[in-house]
Design a protein around this ligand. Structure first.
Ligand SMILES: *Cc1c(COP(=O)(O)O)cnc(C)c1O
Length: 365
């Protein structure tokens, strides 16, 4: 058997006719940037998340940049975040000349450990940027409580968790600003790069909206330093089709995850979703010893796996100047050595899941 990790081709084929119609309409309309499809998408995003404002933009990375820029984060400011994430989280902070300050994660959720945050706050701290890794949100109540106590902003990096719930609140709507990504491999992916920012604050929304178009408030009148951060209308048209089926896709991902867990939980460490949350399963990530050997033997039988992520941020060469060293964040370091993601998408069949799990269990022996 040959297993597909993300099955993006099946996701396309499932609604091929609708994608073709929607994109043809954009192409023939000759409105390629920020047109009615983008406005429709933003309305859908608002409705889905319950957020007062949604702004579609060029990528998840640019969503994080827009959020940080709108909050006025600049050099010498500090932003507290997790070392166990995709590079974009800490990178966007550093891009603005600010300092990412890392705080170790909770071993069960892989998300920032709120009990360690207060010790990392200094007079330069301006914001906390938790990541909702693998599709499950961080402990947002606790993080918002600490932020309020010290007057800090909270930006949720929800690139992997669009659609997830925390105590009934949707991801992206659980703090002052939420940011997500529509990169093809994310739970809700378009056919290229895309992202969105969310806020309950009209003032922040207006600022991010201007910053998305070079800080422009009127044509060629620039109130802020901004960026070219717009979404293509073609991508919005694709996402409008995908949004119609997204709740169903989440359920299918959850069913796949449940089947994995049933088959694996007695033999190895499977993901734990907290009682007050749901996961949209951006990744189904387990822990194994001797990971390379396991990956190698699965590859031989047509099962792709991935590692999210092998090197924590504080040990990356690009962040050497921050002065961290091995041993600073032991939980993140252990997880980086042991995590392994299995194929995850709404199209995995029962017999494929059986094939993956039986081969996995055999490779552990
Ligand atoms: C994918 C991802 C991003 C960046 O999103 P892009 O759309 O690829 O720019 C940021 N943070 C996390 C946690 C991600 O997984």
């Amino acid at each position: 058997m040959n297993i597909d990790f993300a099955n993006l081709d099946k996701a396309y084929q499932e609604h091929e006719k609708e994608f073709t119609e929607a994109t043809l309409e954009v192409m023939s309309s000759a409105r390629y940037i920020l047109g009615k499809e983008t406005e429709e998408l933003e309305e859908r995003l608002r409705e889905f998340t319950g957020s007062a404002h949604a702004l579609a933009c060029s990528s998840g990375t640019d969503a994080l940049l827009l959020a940080l820029m709108a909050l006025g984060i600049r050099s010498r400011d500090e932003v507290i975040t997790t070392p166990f994430s995709f590079i974009a989280t800490a990178e966007t902070i550093a891009c603005l000349g600010a300092k990412p300050v890392f705080v170790d994660i909770n071993e069960e959720t892989y998300n920032i450990d709120p009990s360690l945050i207060e010790a990392a706050i200094t007079e330069n701290t301006k914001a906390i940027m938790p990541v909702s890794l693998y599709g499950q949100m961080a402990h947002m109540d606790e993080i918002n409580r600490i932020a309020a106590k010290y007057g800090l902003a909270v930006i949720e990096d929800a690139a992997q968790s669009f659609g997830a719930l925390y105590k009934g609140t949707r991801s992206c709507n659980a703090s002052i600003i939420g940011c997500t990504s529509f990169f093809p491999a994310k739970p809700l992916g378009c056919f290229g790069d895309g992202g969105a920012v969310f806020s309950q604050s009209a003032a922040l929304y207006e600022k991010m909206k201007a910053m998305r178009v070079h800080g422009q408030t009127k044509r060629y009148t620039h109130k802020y330093i901004g960026m070219g951060g717009r979404l293509d209308n073609l991508q919005a048209a694709v996402l409008n089709v995908k949004m119609k089926y997204y709740e169903q896709d989440i359920i299918r991902r959850q069913e796949v995850a449940q089947k994995y867990t049933e088959r694996l939980k007695s033999s190895l460490s499977t993901p734990v979703v907290q009682e007050d949350r749901t996961s949209v399963w951006a990744q189904y990530t387990i822990r194994v010893q001797g990971r390379e050997k396991v990956q190698e033997s699965l590859k031989k039988v047509g099962i792709p796996t991935a590692v999210h992520y092998p090197i924590p941020m504080h040990l990356q060469e690009c962040f050497q100047h921050l002065g961290y060293k091995k041993g600073d964040f032991p939980v993140s370091e252990t997880c980086a050595n042991e995590v392994m993601s299995l194929p995850m998408n709404p199209f995995l069949q029962e017999k494929e899941i059986d094939y993956i799990t039986s081969n996995l269990l055999r490779s552990l022996k």
